[in-house]
Design a protein. Structure first.
Length: 314
């Protein structure tokens, strides 16, 4: 059972969350001043539609991609699912890529978000926790992912890029690579869960248009921290969920607006993958038993701030 370590205090307030993210946002603005315009307006459906129209970014038919990990996948159906639901399940990494990425993760230090200078091997997390006030909820590989030929090659996969181009309406630009562990944790605060995007439904505002591909590198069941999302929430959203400066929403509030069959929990064996428009409401979930390793590749229609690429600031 998860213990709220701040039970003697209050849940993390909106002000506290904004304060914690403010330095990152300020750095984004300094690196790319137009980011603030996107951040303010891309949360509304009408602005997103206008942006697509102005940039002639209509959905396309995906190009064939021989030799891709998506060989044999019906790419037009993938794009159709994304347009309708904002998510498509059923992708899969070949076993040799799973083995290569797991070998990299097993031998490369990862870092907690609150200590990005002292790394540790993932199987030493219990020792790390003994020296901490609160447990590590998630640990990231940051820039070291570029040292994995398997990950770098996967990011250039023509099938993945074909789906991204068709959905984005432009040639895709790789804007983020993330590989991270989520760990079972008991001594956690509400702020820890927000920082790790676990059990906190939200939508991403990384670019006007972006598309993510996720691959589980460990078998992930209901107890293993599965990804959750609300299908179709990228196309249907209440005004209250658009005219707000916060991207997070309580699950109860979302359940009151969306039908229960729209809420999806994504489980799968190691190598299982899916693609998602990050504008849908989504969340990770806290691992209850076994840790989870997941890879994320994100594509946009234009470059984003350098600070964003490896997820150091969010």
């Amino acid at each position: 059972m998860v213990t709220n370590y701040t039970a003697l205090g209050n849940r993390a307030s909106i002000i506290e969350r904004v304060r914690s993210r403010a330095p990152g946002y300020w750095r984004y603005v300094c690196e790319q001043p137009s980011w603030i315009f996107m951040f303010l307006f891309a949360r509304t459906l009408v602005a997103r539609r206008i942006e697509r129209w102005l940039n002639r970014a209509a959905y396309r038919a995906p190009a064939p991609a021989n030799g891709s990990i998506l060989d044999g996948v019906d790419l037009p159906s993938v794009v159709a699912d994304l347009i309708r639901d904002g998510v498509h399940l059923g992708l899969r990494l070949p076993p040799h890529l799973v083995r290569e990425i797991r070998a990299f993760a097993d031998t490369t230090p990862c870092f907690s978000r609150d200590n990005q200078t002292t790394g540790f091997l993932h199987d030493a997390v219990a020792e790390v926790n003994r020296l901490r006030e609160r447990d590590v909820v998630a640990a990231y590989y940051f820039e070291s992912v570029e040292r994995s030929p398997a990950i770098v090659g996967l990011a250039a996969d023509q099938g993945i890029r074909s789906v991204a181009a068709a959905y984005l309406g432009h040639d895709p630009v790789l804007i983020r690579i993330r590989l991270w562990w989520s760990f079972p944790a008991e001594r956690v605060s509400d702020a820890d869960l927000h920082a790790a995007a676990q059990d906190k439904y939200h939508f991403d505002l990384n670019a006007w248009r972006s598309l993510k591909f996720f691959f589980y590198l460990t078998a992930t069941n209901e107890e293993g921290g599965p990804h959750r999302c609300i299908m179709g929430s990228h196309r249907r959203r209440s005004l209250r969920h658009q005219l707000t400066l916060t991207v997070g929403r309580d699950e109860e509030e979302l359940r009151a607006f969306y039908d229960a069959d729209r809420l999806l929990t994504v489980t799968g064996e190691e190598g299982a993958g899916f693609t998602e428009d990050p504008f849908v409401f989504h969340t990770g979930s806290l691992c209850r038993k076994q840790p989870r390793l997941i890879l994320e590749l994100e594509y946009g229609h234009t470059s984003v701030t350098p600070s964003y690429r490896y997820g150091r600031l969010g």
